[in-house]
Design a protein around this ligand. Sequence first.
Ligand code: IVH
Length: 679
Amino acid sequence: MKNSVPDSIRKEIGKLVREINEHNYRYYVLDSPVISDEEYDRLFRKLKRLEEDYGFVLAGSPTQRVGAAPLDKFEKVVHKQPMLSLDNAFSFDELRDFDTRLKRYLKSDNNIIYTVEPKYDGLAVELNYEKGILKKASTRGDGITGEDITLNVKTIKSIPLSIEGSGPVPDEIDIRGEIYMNIRDFEKLNSEREKDGEPPFANPRNAAAGSVRQLDSSITASRNLHMSCYGAGFIAGITFNNHMEFMDWLRKHRFPVPKIIKLAENAEEVIKIIEELGEKRSSLPFEIDGAVVKVNDFKLQEKLGVKTREPRWAIAYKFPAHQGTTRIRDIVASVGRTGTITPVAILEPVKIGGVTVSRSTLHNWDEIERKDIRIGDTVVVERAGDVIPHVTMVVRERRTGKEKKFPIPDKCTACGSRVIREEGEVALRCIGLDCPAQVQEKIKHFASRAAMDIEGLGEKNVELLYSHGLIKTFTDIYRLKKEDLTGLPRFADKSAENLIKAIERSKKTTLSKFIYALGIRHVGEFVSRVIAKHFYSLDDLYNIKMDKLTEIDQLGEKISAAISGFFNDEKNIRTLETLRKSGISITNPDFERTSKDKRPFEGLTFVITGTLPKPRNEVESFIEINGGHAASSVSKKTDYVVAGVNPGSKIENARKLGVKVISYDELLRLSKGKTDMLF
Ligand code: IVH
C-alpha cells in the first residue's frame, strides 16, 4: 500500500502532521494558540481524509490519539528502571538537615547546587520512546511493575507522539512525569457526575488517576488531562550532565515541563525559592502539594545513590497542610493486622481542600493525652497531600464542659485480650493470638488485589465468613466449598460459584505476591519484590539467616530481622506448607540471575511428563528462569525429558529419538551445574 502513495501526498501528509502538532503544542503546552478552533478542525479533517484515502498514517500523526477499541484489562509493564518515590521534608529545618546530610555523605563542604520545581499532585507515569516514537506509557504501579496505559496517554494532547525539535533523538528514552487535572476541570467533571447520579471524585488527583485508569480510552480523551515531565528512567543514545540540562532538552523537544524550575546555589536559596512558590500556590490552576528539590549534577546524584525506595539526592518539601475545623462525635479503638490498637476520631464531616473528611487517626494515646483530645471537642483537622488526615489541636475556647475523656483501654476492644506496650514504642498492641480483629485484617490483606488477588473476598465477605466460623485463618480460605457459601446472606448460587472460582484462580501466584500476602511486618509490595528478585523459591527462605538478607542493598536491619524472624518460626513454616498442600503454586518471574554463567539451562529444551513433586507450571517457570525452554512435545530438538510418576507416551518417544530422560531431582542437580553426577 505504502509504495503506491505518491510522493506529493506523503509530503502533504507530513506537512499537515507537523503543522497540527505545532498547533497542539501551542494550544496545550504553551497556552497560546495562533489559529481558531475552526481552522484547526479543518486541518485535522483534511489530514484524516488523506490518511484514509491513501492508507498512509505516520507514527506521530495526531489522528492516532483516539479511536481504539476498549480493552478487557491492562497489561503489565516492567519499568526498565524502578520508579522511586521521594523522602519528605515538612519544615525548612528539615531541608537544611537534608543539605547537611548530603555534604556529610559526600565528605565535602562544597556548596551543592540544587534545582527546585513544583511537586504536582497527580499520578506518576512513564513514557517510553523508541527512536523518537511514543511506544508505551505506563503507570508507576508498585515502582517496579505498572500498567500499560498507552492508548489513554495518547489521548492527552500535550504529550508528544513523536519527539520533535532540533538535535539528536535518543535511541530509547523513558520520560517520567505527573499526569494531573486542573482544579476547574475537576470541579466541572464532578458537577456533571453528580448530575448524572455518579459518585464525585474526592480530589483532582483521584479524578486524574480515575481518568487514566480507564479501559475505554475515549473516556480518558473526554477528560482534559495534562502532564508535567520531571525526569527520566532508562536512556540510550544520549547523555546529560545535569537535571537542568535534561529539563531544557525536554522543553526544546516540546514536552510539557513545569514553568517554574529554578537553580539554587545552597540550602538558603532553596528555601527562598520555595517561599516564593508557596506564595504563588493558591493562584495556580492546578494543585501542587509541595516543591521537589534535586541535586542538579548527575555525577553527584550517582555518587549519592538510592536508599530502599527513595533517591538520596532528592527531597519533597511538603507545604503546610490544608486545615478545617470540626467536632469529634466519638472516638473508637481500631485493631490492625499486627495487633496495633489505634484510636480513631469519628468526625462531623468537613470539607478540607476539596475532600470530605469524616474520620481521623489520633495515632496513639500519648498523642491524645498530650493534646488533651476529648469526645465532643471542637478540633482543627489537617490534611496534606496523600497523608491521612489528623487532628492538630483542640479549640479549647469551644469547650462546654460536657466533653468526655477516652480512657486507654486495658483490654483489646475486639477480643478482650490483654494489651501491652512494647519497650520504646508508643503503640498499644493486643497480644491475643486469635484476636478476631487482627485475624480478619490479616485475611483481608491476604486476599487483597496486590496480594493473592481473590476477587470477591473483600472486607464485607471476610467479616461474614469469619462470623459464621468458616474461615479462622487464611489457610481456611482454600478449604471453602461452594456448599459452605450458599445460604449465607448475600450469597446466591452464582456468587458462591464465582468466589470459589476466584479462590481457585488465586492459587497460581508469584513469589512476590505470596510474600506480600503473608503480612510480615515491614514487608510491603516493594520489599516483597526485592526478596523475590534475590531468592528463587520459598524453600530458599525457610530458616534464612539475617546476614543473607542484610547483604541485599535495599534490606536494612529492621526489615531483615522481621523476614528472618518469620521464616525461622516453625508454626509459620507449617502454615506455608499447609498452603502449598492446598494447591498453591508459586512461580517467580522476578528472580534475577546475576550473570550469564548462572543460566545453566541456556539453549536447552525440556519436556515434562508425569506427576512431579511440584506443580507443572512451577517446574516450567524454573526451567525458564534458568535460561531453558519448556516445550510440550518430544522432538529431535528436545535435550531432556523430565519424568515423574506415571509418565505418558513421551517417554517412549524420548527413547526412540535417543533423548535423555531425567528425574525431577536430577533436574535440580543439573541447575546447580552438577552434571557429572548425572551421566
Ligand atoms: S521526582 C526519583 N519531581 O511525587 C525521584 N516527582 O512523592 C522521582 N512528583 O512519584 C520523583 N512532581 O509522582 C519528581 N517535579 C517532580 C514531581 C514529582 C510530582 C511526584 C511523583 C513521585 C512523587 C514522590
